[in-house]
Design a protein around this ligand. Sequence first.
Ligand code: FES
Length: 152
Amino acid sequence: APDQTEISDIIASHTHLEGPMLPILHALQERYGCIPQGAEALIATALNITKAEVHGVVSFYHDFREEPTGRHVIKICRAEACKSVGADALAASTLAKLGLDWHGTTANGAVTIEPVYCLGLCACGPAAMVDNKVVARVDDARMAALLQEAGA
Ligand code: FES
């Protein structure tokens, strides 16, 4: 588990800022790949707010995670243009195949599946993104290949 002293140091180095919450959360996420266990309580104490308030912010922003992602992150577009060409079915079959919900990670730690809202490839959906690479016209076969490449 992440060292509580180190977490406290990261928090303390941002408390002088005006509106320190988001900078603290970004710094923690950068360091650990997620908001580590125990951090929300430490932030609450440092900022003199409730743990529920901290948790509310963490869960509001999709960027913050409570567990680290897998080695690869595959995002499936859920916005309108992609939906109209089958993105919902692609998402459903992908999640079912992996036995995951959104934001879930395969048991071997290879792949995390995330929703995303438009990747700018609206004319050639369903669109997906593997790590930082966008992929157009993803069907089940293409997704199977992407998952295999990623080691899912
Ligand atoms: Fe999917 Fe724009 S709607 S890329």
